[in-house]
Design a protein around this ligand. Structure first.
Ligand SMILES: [Fe+2]
Ligand SMILES: [Fe+2]
Length: 190
């Protein structure tokens, strides 16, 4: 699939994808997860990340995608949902868990599996992301203990930033955060 994608994804983006595949695979091995599923999701996740806002909106309208108002004001949020559709239709990816991971890789999802979280966290803390933003080191560190705790920490960092900047927050980020908190509450109340 990398070869097929290289014709339409810029080299810089392919290099990011390569780093995510590598780190996501390492998380998968560490936690004894389905590594091939994780790597496939990582390989496909940013198929459309380099498209312009205009192109993303045009594709979303053409594909009859339900567009959330937050996505309308921040079309970059559409690159995961659009990639999931395209990878199914044009690249023949059938694994629904891989497609869901790709669809929601920007916000997370309440139903995410550990395989999905492995890909999600690797995307956020691959070496270049930490080099650009050292606040993300904590997410990387927590991932060596728990992928879900790392995910909650990452979502909190992003929500915090959005609040400070007065930006909208995708409802799926809030639902995901609530689901993770409920899960940790349930574990600590046992
Ligand atoms: Fe992405
Ligand atoms: Fe990415």
């Amino acid at each position: 699939m990398r070869e097929c994608m290289s014709a339409e994804v810029p080299a810089k983006m392919l290099a990011h994808i390569d780093r995510v595949v590598k780190l996501a695979g390492a998380f998968g091995e560490k936690y004894d997860l389905n590594v091939s599923e994780i790597k496939l999701a990582a390989q496909g996740h940013d198929l459309f990340r380099a498209l312009s806002e205009k192109e993303l909106l045009y594709k979303a309208q053409n594909m009859d995608l339900d567009i959330d108002p937050v996505e309308l004001s921040s079309p970059v949020l559409l690159h995961g949902p659009l990639a999931a559709i395209e990878l199914k239709e044009r690249f023949g990816i059938k694994d629904s868990q891989v497609l869901e991971t790709i669809k929601w890789h920007t916000t997370g999802h309440p139903e995410f599996s550990l395989e999905s979280w492995a890909m999600f966290i690797a995307d956020k803390v691959e070496p270049n992301k930490i080099a650009k933003n050292s606040d993300l080191q904590i997410v990387f560190d927590i991932a060596s203990d728990s992928l879900e705790k790392a995910a909650l920490t990452y979502i909190d960092i992003r929500i915090d930033e959005s609040l400070k900047l007065g930006l909208q927050i995708h409802p799926m980020s809030i639902s995901t955060r609530n689901a993770l908190l409920s899960k940790f509450d349930a574990i600590s109340n046992k």
